[in-house]
Design a protein around this ligand. Structure first.
Ligand code: ADP
Ligand code: ZN
Length: 739
């Protein structure tokens, strides 16, 4: 790589990181991205929300002897960023339609005179009127395109004006571009590169895991009550509740206000003035909760959103991930809760019917299925999300989702499963067609519906065999059997239910079934969510923290900026651990640079000094870089979330092929999961996988073989015995060696 930047730029970056931003270390990939950009290369940075993308262009801007232009899609965001930079002592400004002509002129004069290092502008302004000519006179050294996914129609926030940015390339041919986004899909990434005409760019992509976020799904019952309980249990914390409709955002906000929680609504149907005043109130901690549609989002730079609730089912996993991602930007623990009901799925299915374009409907249907798959997954939520983005979670227990924190109870469901499967069988046998799950539940529960009478289903031998169980439980069980591949749903739009071959075999061979129970507690605030040590947590003197928050609010109000522009919660929590009362000590606090020390240090140090004369100092154990995730029960200790999900299905009696099909994974992956479970001590029998004759044949082929690859053995056996069987044999051998 050619290095055009001054050779000492790495050292200068580190020094400025501390001096201006108050941080000792770079976050993952920050340094690499800055180095590439300073070397004059086009660069693409794909990092999740909260990873610290802004710093990737802000810090190099301080090293360059010219202007860095930042293209930003939202006016509110520009002001916010410039406020934060000014508070840290950086010469930054923005130009947009909110400025009056005099202010606009003043800033342009400043730019003419080279007074600024960073300029934020909206894309449409960059190319309008004589702006390009002016820009050419401002010594532009780099162009950063923030929220770069806006350029792609495949992204979730397409903005046509971003498309014009390519013409900047022609005007500034030698100037490096840096495109930044939190959208991970390859299609969007390729689109960014093509649309911006990036020249052989350096592309940096980090993991999309958000270790400080916890994920939970609970059955939705009374959504308002559940949200209220959740918010009340966290009286100091800000949060966002996402709702499907504009009306429900307003209803929910009003209901919460009636219960004494400062909540406001936000949706695209509101007057612009009201919308921005509600957003402002949230940013300034005057409203603690925002009930919003998905219109509330990209501009939310607020780092201390402590929780996000989805009161309705999101339309797709990508959107869900982005929305939950607005929690915990500051790296402190934050909670994401999804209230899930099948009723929501049915509602969305109805919306789908209204989509006339067949292709679009199919896409929406697939997205809904993926979302439902997430909500109904009894495996690790984190690994589910990461797998969605093509990443795998290498640990057995994430320590931060409902499945990993409270493993589901399993029970013997053999009798119920047999009842349901045989009912499906009888209906088909009797009528020659299949029916929906609801009807099937009516038959088992012995209902008296119009359909039952019309089709004479009261004459079936399975009619009424499940009267003792509530009808809704039969529907729920049906869903589980659908998920396990014993039943399948027709794709003809009527969603009728049929037995699969697997289901038929299961019925015939009389096998037993173990299922997991759905979580019983629908309380939004179960104790388990708060009792565990959370990743990213910074234990501190909570009393002092509350005092420092009040001091910060006063400073912020006096400057007419949100509190986080002054200091982040992370900084305050460090202060409330270390009790700095001298400038040197305060400067050691993460997020405290020289300018902030000079400007806001005195009232903070005074407050701390006063506090320690009146209260005993608390001691804290040193912070670890990252908390190791808790381990699950030892028999399953060797398995990660995805292997565990396979094992649970296998235990429930589903075949390897069935699991592969259901999970969309290859048969060989499923075999590897099971082989690992066998090695880990799972009680399985060799005869489940191969006959005695096959075992002897394989054993003979392995004699004298020391290698690891299976191919030579497979060949030696002329391919008579599958790789899967060979893998299982080895697993049983390893297990007996260990035990
Ligand atoms: P993104 O744009 O990727 O969502 P931000 O740029 O808003 O993330 O940064 C998130 C938070 O992380 C901010 O509060 C920022 O000050 C902080 N941050 C960024 N870089 C570092 C670092 N190297 N060390 C500590 N905190 C950092
Ligand atoms: Zn988990």
């Amino acid at each position: 790589m050619t290095t055009l930047a001054p050779p000492n730029s790495a050292e200068r970056l580190t020094a400025l990181l501390k001096q201006i931003f108050g941080y000792d270390d770079f976050r993952p990939l920050q340094q690499e991205i800055m180095a590439a950009s300073l070397a004059g290369l086009d660069t693409v940075a794909i990092l999740p929300t909260g990873a610290g993308k802004s710093l990737c262009y802000q810090l190099p801007a301080l090293v360059r002897d010219g202007l860095t232009v930042v293209v930003s899609p939202l006016i509110a965001l520009m002001k916010d960023q410039v406020d934060q930079l000014e508070a840290a002592g950086v010469a930054a400004t923005y130009l947009n339609s909110t400025l009056d002509p005099a202010e606009m002129r003043a800033r342009q004069t400043g730019l003419d005179q080279g007074e600024y290092q960073l300029l934020y502008v909206a894309p449409e302004r960059l190319l309008a009127g004589d702006f390009p000519r002016k820009l050419a006179g401002w010594n532009v050294r780099a162009i950063a395109v923030d929220e770069a996914h806006c350029i792609s129609e495949w992204g979730h926030d397409f903005r046509p004006e971003y498309r014009q940015l390519a013409s900047l390339r022609e005007r500034f041919p030698g100037t490096p571009f840096l495109a930044l986004t939190a959208t991970a899909t390859p299609r969007v990434r390729e689109d960014i590169i093509a649309q911006l005409r990036l020249a052989d760019p350096q592309v940096f992509i980090s993991s999309f895991n958000r270790p400080n976020l916890s994920y939970r799904v609970i059955p939705k019952e009374k959504a308002i009550r559940q949200v209220w309980e959740f918010a009340t249990a966290r009286p100091l914390d800000s949060g966002i509740v996402y709702c499907q409709s504009r009306k429900s955002t307003e209803a929910l906000a009003a209901a919460l206000r009636a219960e004494g929680i400062s909540a406001l609504a936000y949706h695209a149907g509101m007057e612009a003035a009201e919308r921005s005043s509600n957003q402002d109130a949230f940013l300034r901690d005057e409203a603690r909760v925002v009930c919003a549609t998905v219109a509330f989002g990209m501009g939310i730079n607020k780092p201390n959103v402590r929780w996000v609730i989805h009161a309705d089912l999101p339309k797709n996993v990508e959107g869900y991930y982005q929305e939950t991602g607005r929690a915990g930007r500051d790296g402190l623990p934050a909670d994401c809760l999804l209230l899930y009901s099948r009723g929501d799925v049915v509602k969305q299915l109805r919306f789908l019917d209204e989509i006339s374009d067949e292709q679009a409907r199919a896409v929406a249907q697939a997205q809904l299925d993926q979302m439902t798959g997430y909500a109904e997954d009894d495996g690790c939520r984190r690994s589910h999300l990461l797998e969605y983005f093509g990443e795998s979670w290498p640990h057995d227990n994430c320590g931060g989702c409902d499945s990993c924190l409270t493993p589901r109870e399993t029970y013997d469901a053999t009798l119920e499963c047999r009842k349901l499967l045989s009912c499906a069988f009888r209906i088909r046998q009797h009528s020659g067609f299949t029916t929906g799950l609801q009807h099937m539940a009516d038959v088992i529960a012995g209902g008296n519906t119009e359909k039952i009478r019309r089709w004479n289903h009261e004459t079936l031998s399975t009619y009424g065999i499940g009267r003792e169980t509530p009808r809704a439980d039969w529907v729920a069980l049906g869903r589980q059997l659908l998920k396990s591949g014993l039943l399948c749903q027709s794709q003809d739009g009527f969603s009728t239910i049929a037995l699969t071959n697997d289901g038929l075999n299961a019925l015939k061979d009389g096998r037993s079934f173990t299922l997991t129970r759905p979580p019983a507690a629908a309380r939004a605030d179960s104790a388990s969510a708060t009792a565990v040590a959370k990743a990213g947590d910074i234990p501190c003197d909570e009393g002092l923290f509350a005092v420092l928050r009040a001091v910060r609010k006063d400073i912020a109000d006096a400057r007419d900026v949100p509190a986080y522009v002054v200091f982040s919660d992370v900084s305050l929590r460090h202060m409330a651990r270390d009790y700095p009362t001298q400038p040197d000590a305060l400067l050691n606090t993460p997020g405290v640079g020289e300018k902030k020390l000079a400007e806001f240090g005195a009232p903070i140090m005074d407050a701390i000094a006063k506090w320690i004369t009146e209260h005993p100092r608390q001691a804290f154990t040193p912070l670890k870089a990252a908390a190791a995730p808790a381990r699950k029960m030892q028999a399953e200790g060797a398995l990660n979330g995805t292997a565990l999900a396979t094992l649970e299905r296998f235990r429930a009696g589903i075949s390897i092929e069935g699991i592969a099909k259901e999970r969309g994974l290859s048969i060989s992956t499923i075999e590897s999961h099971i082989a690992r479970a066998i090695e880990g001590g799972e009680k399985l029998e060799p005869r489940t996988f191969y006959t005695l004759a096959e075992e002897e044949e394989m054993q003979a082929a392995f004699v004298g073989y020391e290698g690891l690859a299976l191919a030579p053995i497979h060949e030696k056996l002329d391919g008579r015995i599958s790789y899967g069987k060979l893998k299982m044999l080895l697993a049983f051998r390893h297990r007996s060696e260990v035990c």
